[in-house]
Design a protein around this ligand. Structure first.
Ligand code: OSB
Ligand code: MG
Length: 370
């Protein structure tokens, strides 16, 4: 394969409901869509970086810079046959994993489309459908949150994740648990606590939660190991895990008993699969996290979730939870809390190019020198 041209576009979609976490508030998302073309084939990827550095150090603008000035120039015009080969062209780039994931996804799509093979099959997936949960943000009131919880359980979503933060934790979780005694329930702190909050974490231990996600610092695994030793609820790491090696070290230290795999946080589908493999070999269950992906990134999340170790419902919800209109056809929807694999070639969904162009805030085309 050879990539002769790359189109980058920052595309804005409004959220149907604003989303608040311990670290940020959003009512729209700006994601970079990456289109690669060459050898008569094309592929699409999505860079799902937040626009602010409150979840991780990257932003939409850092991704744009890294893609434009380093990643795209490293791959354009070069011959490759495997994903390992194409990403080896930019192995000198440190960090910047959201940026890498966007380009890598487009390469997977291009390769899978050119072989006429669905992405989930190329990744080694074994599930025909995935179980879907929802991630619910911090609301104005507990009543407003309970309304959301009721609604998504009624729609058939298989588990509920509640965002927590100091002042929005034990009492909120208690109310949800009292109302839904047998629902699969978990919480995500987005690194809002420290070891001084051990009493709060121990109070959460009483609610039969599936897991507590990233309670401590975004770059920590040491204190998480100390916390896990004090809790019966599994600690799940999100922000702290950027690679399969990070996952191995966190597991060896006892910093977590579950890992949230986000394709973008680990730099792409190849590394996501490696994290999965490390976890599977050590008996650590994984689930697919999300970054409010548009349809392209969401289709990749559906595909990676078909690997056997993804044994817990993920944050891959139907796109209607987030967006009134999406950028792909067909739209990705959950039915009774399940999403089926797309069996067309590549990501298996078609980008709606005129809608993407209409919503693009910025566009850049890069071409191979001839
Ligand atoms: O921590 O998992 C997170 C959204 C943006 C940034 C970080 C997180 C989230 C979510 C929502 O929890 C995931 C989704 O529904 O896509
Ligand atoms: Mg999280």
């Amino acid at each position: 394969m050879r990539i002769d041209r790359v189109d980058l576009r920052i595309v804005r979609l409004p959220l149907v409901r604003p989303f608040r976490t311990s670290s940020s508030w959003k009512d729209h998302l700006d994601h970079i869509l990456v289109r690669v073309e060459g050898d008569g084939a094309e592929g699409w990827g999505e860079c799902a970086s937040p626009s602010d550095p409150y979840y991780c150090p990257e932003t939409t603008e850092t991704c744009w810079h890294i893609l434009k000035d380093f990643l795209v120039p490293a791959v354009i015009g070069r011959d490759w046959t495997t994903i390992e080969e194409v990403v080896a062209n930019y192995r000198a780039v440190k960090g910047n994993r959201f940026a890498r994931a966007g380009l890598e996804m487009a390469c997977w799509d291009m390769l899978a489309r050119s072989k006429g093979s669905p992405l989930h099959a190329m990744l080694g997936g074994t599930r025909g459908e995935i179980l879907s949960g929802v991630s619910l943000g911090i609301e104005e009131s507990v009543e407003a949150l309970l309304e959301q919880v009721d609604r998504y359980l009624e729609e058939g979503y298989r588990r509920i994740k509640l965002k927590i933060a100091p002042g929005w934790d034990v009492d909120v979780v208690r109310r949800v648990r009292e109302r839904h005694p047998s629902a699969l329930l978990q919480v995500d702190a987005n690194s809002a606590y420290t070891l001084d909050d051990l009493p709060t974490m121990q109070a959460l231990d009483d609610f039969d939660l599936l897991l507590i996600e990233q309670p401590l610092a975004h770059d920590d695994i040491i204190d998480h190991a100390r916390l896990q030793a004090e809790l019966k609820t599994p600690v799940c790491l999100d922000e702290s895990i950027h690679s399969a090696d990070d996952a191995r070290k966190a597991i060896e230290l006892g910093a977590c008993r579950v890992i949230n795999i986000k394709v973008s946080r680990v730099g792409g589908l190849l590394e996501a699969k490696r994290v999965h493999d490390v976890c599977q070999a050590r008996g650590i269950p994984v689930w697919c996290g999300g970054m409010h992906e548009f349809g392209i990134g969401r289709a990749a999340n559906v595909a990676i979730s078909s690997l056997p170790g993804f044994s817990l419902p993920g944050d891959v919800s139907g796109s209607d939870k987030y967006y009134a209109v999406d950028v792909v056809d067909p739209p990705i929807l959950a039915h009774r809390g399940a999403i089926g694999m797309f069996d067309g070639p590549g990501l298996g969904v078609a980008p709606i190019v005129d809608r993407i162009e209409a919503r693009a805030l910025r566009t850049l085309s890069l071409q191979a020198r001839r």
